[in-house]
Design a protein around this ligand. Structure first.
Ligand SMILES: *[C@@H]1O[C@H](CO)[C@@H](O)[C@H](O)[C@H]1NC(C)=O
Ligand SMILES: *[C@@H]1O[C@H](CO)[C@@H](O)[C@H](O)[C@H]1NC(C)=O
Ligand SMILES: *[C@@H]1O[C@H](CO)[C@@H](O)[C@H](O)[C@H]1NC(C)=O
Ligand SMILES: *[C@@H]1O[C@H](CO)[C@@H](O)[C@H](O)[C@H]1NC(C)=O
Ligand SMILES: *[C@@H]1O[C@H](CO)[C@@H](O)[C@H](O)[C@H]1NC(C)=O
Ligand SMILES: [Zn+2]
Length: 528
């Protein structure tokens, strides 16, 4: 090979690196026009609103899944599939209706997961750190609980005879799930061991206790949090040698046993604590399942032991199989709870793989239910100070570098950065040169502007994606506590059911009057 040929080859390599390859078809304007026209046809079809009654309601809550996280998750999902990534459609992207949710708590501009869970589950904005109580309750003050309890859409569904469930990758008594069944002025009162003496004396109950007593006939509870169920010093089923996994309860109760005992004798209730037991359950024969797969939160999806622990999708599959047996329908809360934890730790890769797994679960739930009778909502409680930027080329690896080094310190930087968090590092008083660092590692800490042990939540709005009956009522910039009002209205449960009797399309055929039947025949488009 001549020197000239070698130079030419180098030039070609250089060019192909700087112009990241995008599909050839995108150069043709017809590609974009056809794609937009198809989207337009789909949008025109949406003008015929789905005003059916929502027999089933599913809410997927991506904890800390801000809009930047959704975008980065989309690119990652595409890249895992060998594509540039940006053009990928997430399962949530396919939902026809999208709105924004204002996430502040009554006492906080940048909110936490407890006050927000009270908003999007109980329909009432609340204080930071509190679950299932109104803003009249004061954080950590037990004696402000009584009289300030607010019920959740899960409870309304139960009262209407539906089956109900919670599935989470965190402990089942973590902030998000607990707002669906508990009333607690402190989100960290997982068991009585975590409560101050005064609160116990004043009669407040820990969240694990409330899980088995408040709504004892919840059909599905899947997640982590075993240790809060058992007496102090009980060795864990999976990690008997690990003292940190021991039971925590001071009151000596075995809550698993109480949960089992509270089930009707003629029903089948199963407690499981590993993946094998879960996937081998015969859903057709099981009425109630309590699955607790770790002493506290589940492992990150990237670190998960796939022999002992189920994925979020595997839990969702079993949950829906059990819940959908009820002819009156079901309500299901699914939390991708560790998106938030990955971000807090500055580990963007962990956070984004959690989000990809939740998106998989959304697709699975979609394939197990029908849009005509199931309202599905996907949203987040709050965002994080997570960004992606840096004029990256199309198809740039999502965990990769921006194409240019900084024009100030001449060092490279990753596209993904945090406003604050543990990724802040100085070497000899200057920003770290990451050239020789493995920034694609699952536990790499993306750089941040301000050092903090834990990266913080973000205060901007989050997205609400919705499909199914009355999903178009999620249509603008909403207060977060509006969400369960829509879910309840669509399902004809909760406080506001008048429309269920009068509206022709929203009552069952059996109760239609002749006149309204004729009216609907003439004026209503049939729904598929
Ligand atoms: C609640 O308890 C605190 C002590 O923790 C006391 O100071 C306060 O007066 C009590 N409030 C009510 C309403 O009982
Ligand atoms: C865990 O429980 C075991 C068995 O009861 C006990 O020997 C051990 O001290 C406990 N460890 C901790 C940290 O509580
Ligand atoms: C708790 O109850 C369950 C179900 O009855 C039982 O299998 C388990 O051994 C009990 N655990 C303890 C620590 O008593
Ligand atoms: C579990 O992980 C191993 C190693 O990655 C893989 O070979 C196996 O197929 C996985 N099993 C399941 C059930 O996902
Ligand atoms: C950063 O590190 C790379 C690789 O070690 C080196 O080539 C480059 O000069 C460094 N940049 C600065 C500004 O120190
Ligand atoms: Zn958080």
């Amino acid at each position: 090979m001549t020197v000239k040929a070698l130079l030419l080859l180098l030039l070609v390599v250089e060019v192909s690196l700087t112009n990241a390859p995008f599909p050839e078809k995108e150069k043709d304007p017809k590609y974009w026009r056809d794609q937009a026209q198809k989207t337009l046809q789909n949008a025109l079809r949406l003008q015929k609103l789905n005003t059916n009654v929502a027999k089933n309601v599913i809410i997927f809550l991506g904890d800390g899944m801000g809009i930047a996280t959704v975008t980065a998750c989309r690119i990652l999902k595409g890249q895992l599939d060998g594509k540039p990534g940006e053009e990928t459609e997430l399962e949530m992207d396919k939902f026809p209706h999208v709105a924004l949710s204002k996430t502040y708590n009554t006492d906080a501009q940048v909110s936490d997961s407890a006050g927000t869970a009270t908003a999007y589950l109980c329909g009432v904005k609340a204080n930071e750190g509190t679950v299932g109580v109104s803003a009249a309750a004061v954080r950590s003050k037990c004696n402000t609980t009584k009289g300030n309890e607010v019920d959740s859409v899960l409870k309304w569904a139960k009262e209407a005879g539906k089956s109900v469930g919670v599935v989470t990758t965190t402990r089942v008594n973590h902030a998000t799930p607990s707002a669906s069944y508990a009333h607690c002025v402190n989100r960290d009162w997982f068991s009585d061991n975590e409560m101050p003496k005064e609160a116990i004396e004043q009669g407040c109950k820990d969240i694990a206790w409330q899980l088995v007593h408040n709504i004892p006939d919840m059909e599905v509870i899947l997640g982590g949090g075993r240790k809060y169920m058992y007496p102090k010093t009980t060795p864990d089923e999976e990690y008997p040698e690990d003292g940190k996994a021991n039971g925590t309860r001071v009151d000596g109760l075995n809550l698993t046993q109480i949960w089992l005992r509270k089930k009707p004798a003629n029903k089948v209730a199963r407690y499981v604590w590993n993946r094998k037991q879960l996937v081998e359950l015969k859903s057709q024969e099981v009425d109630y399942v309590l699955g607790l797969f770790e002493p506290t939160d589940l492992m990150y999806e990237l670190d998960r032991n796939n022999v002992t622990d189920p994925s979020l999708s595997e839990m969702v599959k079993v949950a829906i199989e059990i819940l959908k047996k009820n002819p009156k329908g079901f309500f299901l809360l699914v939390e991708g709870g560790r998106i938030d934890h990955g971000h807090h730790e500055g580990k963007a890769k962990q956070a984004l793989h959690e989000a990809v797994e939740m998106d998989k679960a959304i697709g699975l739930a979609g394939s197990m239910t029908a849009e005509k009778d199931t309202l599905t909502v996907v949203t987040a409680d709050h965002s994080h100070v997570f960004t992606l930027g840096g004029y990256t080329h199309r198809g740039n690896p999502i965990f990769g570098l921006a194409p240019e080094v900084s024009d100030v310190d001449k060092k490279p930087f990753t596209s993904i950065l945090y406003g604050n968090g543990p990724g802040f590092k100085l070497f000899n008083g200057a920003r770290e040169n990451i050239s020789s660092i493995d920034y694609g590692h699952r536990n790499y800490l993306a750089q941040s502007a301000v050092p903090l042990r834990m990266e913080t939540h973000g205060g901007e709005d989050v997205a609400i994606f919705a499909k199914g009956p009355l999903s178009h009522l999620l249509h603008g910039v909403h207060e977060q506590n509006y969400i369960p009002h829509v879910m309840a209205y669509a399902a004809c449960i909760g406080q506001n059911k008048d429309h269920c009797k009068s509206g022709a399309t929203r009552s069952s055929m059996g109760t239609l009057t002749l006149a309204s039947a004729i009216f609907s025949l003439f004026f209503m488009w049939p729904w598929d």
